[in-house]
Design a binder for this molecule. Structure first.
Ligand SMILES: Cc1cc2nc3c(=O)[nH]c(=O)nc-3n(C[C@H](O)[C@H](O)[C@H](O)COP(=O)(O)O)c2cc1C
Length: 320
C-alpha cells in the first residue's frame, strides 16, 4: 500500500472483525439484557453503526422473571435479579425481529433453557428465522434456579449444552461464561472443544446487599448479579486468562463505560466487546465508545483494529 493510501486508511481506520465466521463491521456489541430487543434504543443509537445487537435472553416459553425489587444500585455498579424475563423465542421472531431486520446490523440471539433439551429447541427455532446471524448461549445467569449457572459452573455440563446446541445450528455460536467459578479457563477450554466458535465473558458476579433498617435483603431474590465498573478489573483479568488459553475469539464484557475501557479489553486480547450497564446510564454510550475508538486509532496511526487486538506488552518496564 502506497503512502497516500496508508494516510487515507489512517483517517478512516478499518474496524472490521470476524467472530467465528461472523463478519462484523466493528467490534462493538450490546450486551444481552441491557439493550432490550434493539427497538427501545433506536431513538438514541444509530443501530446500523453497531457491530452487533445481542438481544435479551430468549427461552422457549415467555417468562415474567423474578418479583420486584429486582435492581439495586451499588458502589460503581448495580445488582440485578431480573430472572430472564422475556417474550419467548417464537414471539421474538414474530414481534421483535421484523424491526431489527430493517437495519444493516448483525443480530445475535442470546438463549437460555432450564434443560439441555430446552436450549436445543430454542436454538432450532431461532436458527430457522431470517435475520438472526449468530447465537450466544447463556450458561451463566446467576438469577434463576434451574439452568444458567447449573450448566456454566461445570466444564462437563457446559460442554454438553454447547455440543447439543452445536448440533442444532450452523450459525456462529458464542458461549457466554460465568465468572462465578474457580478457574474460568477450564470452562472456556471445554466449550471450545465442544464446538463453540467464540466465548464471551463475563456475565455478572453473584452479589448481595442488605437494608439495615429493615434487616432485609434489598432484592426480593436475596442475591443478584453485579455488573458495571466495579467488575471491570476482574473481567479484564479473565479475558486475559482465557485469551491465552483458547484459540477461538474472545468477546470481552464487564463494566465497559468508555472507549478507554473498551480499548483495554481489545489490547488484552478480546476480538470484540459488549457494552452492558453503560446503556442504562447513557443510552448512546455505544456511539460515544465507537467514536472514541476511531479517534484513538487515528491518534496512534493504527489503520486496522486487528493490529490492536492482543497487542498487550507484558515485558517489564525498560524491556522491549
Ligand atoms: C439488567 C440486566 C439483565 C441482563 N440479562 C442478561 C441476559 O438475559 N442474558 C445474558 O446472557 N446476560 C444478561 N446480563 C448480563 C450482561 O449481558 C453482562 O454480561 C453483564 O451485565 C456485565 O457487563 P456490564 O458490566 O457491562 O453490564 C444482564 C445484565 C443486566 C444488568
Amino acid at each position: 500500500m502506497g503512502p497516500k493510501n496508508k494516510q487515507e486508511s489512517h483517517n478512516s481506520p478499518c474496524l472490521a472483525v470476524a467472530i467465528g465466521g461472523l463478519e462484523l463491521k466493528n467490534p462493538l456489541m450490546t450486551a444481552s439484557g441491557t439493550f432490550g430487543y434493539g427497538e427501545e434504543f433506536a431513538p438514541f443509537v444509530a443501530l446500523n453503526r453497531l457491530g452487533a445487537v445481542i438481544v435479551k435472553g430468549l427461552s422457549l416459553e415467555p417468562r415474567s422473571g423474578n418479583p420486584p425489587p429486582r435492581i439495586m444500585e451499588t458502589p460503581s455498579g448495580m445488582l440485578n435479579a431480573v430472572g430472564l424475563q422475556n417474550v419467548g423465542a417464537r414471539a421474538f421472531i414474530a414481534e421483535k425481529l421484523p424491526f431489527l431486520r430493517q437495519y444493516n446490523v448483525a443480530v445475535i440471539a442470546n438463549i437460555f433453557g432450564e434443560t439441555v433439551e430446552e436450549y436445543q429447541r430454542v436454538a432450532e427455532i431461532l436458527s430457522g428465522a431470517k435475520g438472526i446471524h449468530g447465537i450466544e448461549i447463556n450458561i451463566s445467569c446467576p438469577n434463576v434456579n434451574k439452568g444458567g449457572l447449573a450448566f456454566g459452573a461445570r466444564p462437563d455440563a457446559a460442554a454438553e449444552v454447547t455440543e447439543k446446541v452445536r448440533g442444532e445450528t450452523d450459525l456462529p455460536l458464542l458461549v457466554k461464561l460465568t465468572p462465578n467459578v474457580t478457574d474460568i479457563t477450564e470452562v472456556a477450554l471445554a466449550v471450545e472443544a465442544a464446538g463453540a466458535d467464540a466465548v464471551s465473558l463475563i456475565n455478572t458476579l453473584t452479589g448481595m446487599s442488605v437494608d439495615i433498617e429493615l434487616r432485609r435483603p434489598h432484592l426480593a431474590n436475596i442475591t443478584g448479579g453485579l455488573s458495571g465498573p466495579a467488575i471491570r478489573p476482574i473481567a479484564l483479568r479473565m479475558v486475559w486468562q482465557v485469551a491465552n488459553a483458547v484459540k477461538i475469539p474472545v468477546v470481552g464484557i464487564g463494566g465497559i463505560m468508555s472507549a478507554a475501557d473498551a480499548l483495554e479489553f481489545l489490547i488484552t486480547g478480546a476480538s470484540a466487546v459488549q457494552i452492558g450497564t453503560a446503556n442504562f446510564i447513557r443510552p448512546a454510550a455505544t456511539m460515544e465508545i465507537l467514536d472514541g475508538i476511531v479517534n484513538y486509532m487515528i491518534r496512534h496511526g493504527i489503520g486496522d483494529i486487528t493490529e490492536l487486538i492482543g497487542s498487550l506488552n507484558t515485558n517489564q518496564a525498560g524491556e522491549g
